[in-house]
Design a protein around this ligand. Structure first.
Ligand SMILES: [Zn+2]
Length: 382
């Protein structure tokens, strides 16, 4: 079998990055080692001993033409400056569009506007839990105390005011109490939850399951009625997350709820390690779409290939989309794009050899996964 046509198509395609975050200034206290793993605290010290670190640092060093060590790459970054390394990384990544979730909180984060220098098209999402916290922290204009009704009105009118500017919503409910959303949370339960977090947290965090579930359902309803997709954190993340409850199978009640039958949700992060489960959901539910970010480049080569293979076991190929899930460091856009091109080539080549698809079908699938599916799904110009 001749795979040169597939190789060429994958090399040439301009990528649409469906999910990424803003960069941080070089002197941010969020140090460069965090590019390589999701570890925090004492666990960071062992990052350099992992397979993904060893591969990724070598790839960056090769791009920069410096020695392959964390120190040498950090020195190169310092001397070159953020503009120069961003330009190098984005040029090598060949990403035409990035959809930013700009709700991430990191030291010295850079505004989305700045990124337009490096990528032709930029779009944004609203992170709904963060929006809720922002609204609650700002308070009502007349200073009166919050009720569930006044919060709901403020939240929905804010979503309404930005709905024309953004390409979707994003939920990190998984980071609070997992994906086992109670679809029958009552207004009274949500009201009590709201008063509880207002009493406990300064600044306010929506850290009460009934409130998180209420915000999730409110957002999903809004997204559906405005034909906006909602990205959902699934699978791995940092230690703020209970991975067990990040399994997308927990979304069963949401998916079976007729009120949300016409919504469009995207399971982020390859749902790793629940990639087979995600594939299964995408095959059964018209509402479910998949994103294969973060697993690439955060895993070993074997891990990346097997996660993407798992994701494609049953999922309709027009529902699977590329992203880098890059954050803070421009190198992650480069590594995400480079590794995704290699991984998707291997996965589709093997699908041809296995007899699932022909090479010419694989060429079309590659263009769909890397760009066309996202362009259609998020309704973006490219
Ligand atoms: Zn992300």
């Amino acid at each position: 079998m001749d795979f040169s046509e597939l190789r060429k198509a994958i090399e040439e395609v301009e990528l649409v990055d469906g999910h990424a975050h803003n960069l941080v200034a070089l002197d941010s206290n969020f140090s460069f080692i965090h590019a390589f793993s999701l570890a925090h605290g004492d666990a960071v010290a062992s990052t350099q001993h992992s397979l993904p670190f060893k591969r990724n640092i070598r790839d960056i060093a090769e791009l920069y033409g410096c020695k392959s060590s964390l120190e040498a790459v950090e020195e190169y970054r310092r001397v070159s400056g953020l503009e120069s390394i961003s330009s190098t990384c984005f040029k090598a990544a060949r990403i035409s569009t990035v959809i930013f979730d700009d709700g991430i909180v990191l030291d010295k984060i850079i505004d989305t506007e700045w990124h337009k220098t490096f990528t032709p098209h930029v779009a944004t999402l609203v992170r709904v839990e963060r929006l809720a916290e922002k609204i609650l922290n700002e308070g009502l204009p007349d200073g009166s105390p919050w009720t569930l009704d006044s919060f709901t009105n403020a939240f929905l009118s804010k979503l309404e005011s930005v709905s024309g500017e953004v390409v979707g919503l994003k939920s990190i409910a998984a980071y609070y109490f997992g994906l086992d959303i109670n679809t029958n949370v009552t207004k009274q339960e949500a009201e009590e939850a709201l008063q509880q977090v207002l009493a406990v947290w300064k600044p306010v965090l929506v850290a009460n399951k009934n409130l998180v579930d209420y915000i999730f359902l409110l957002s999903l309803e809004f997204a559906q009625s405005h034909d906006l997709p909602m990205q959902i954190h699934t699978g791995f993340g940092d230690r703020g997350l209970n991975l067990r409850l990040s399994n997308p199978l927990y979304l069963h009640n949401v998916l079976e709820d007729k009120r949300f039958a016409k919504c469009r949700i995207v399971l982020l992060h390859t749902s790793y390690p629940f990639s087979k489960e995600a594939s299964y959901l995408a095959s059964l539910y018209s509402q479910v779409y998949l994103d294969f970010g973060l697993a690439i480049p955060k895993l070993s080569v074997h891990g990346m290939i097997s996660a993407v293979k798992d994701l494609l076991e049953q999922a309709p190929l027009n529902k699977v989309m590329f992203s880098t899930d890059a954050y803070a460091f421009p190198e992650l856009f480069y590594l995400g794009a480079k590794n995704a091109r290699e991984v998707v080539f291997t996965v589709l080549r093997d699908s041809c050899i296995d007899g699932d698809i022909t090479v010419s079908e694989a060429v079309e699938v590659a263009k769909d996964l890397f760009a066309r599916n996202s362009i259609n799904f998020y309704k973006i110009a490219n």
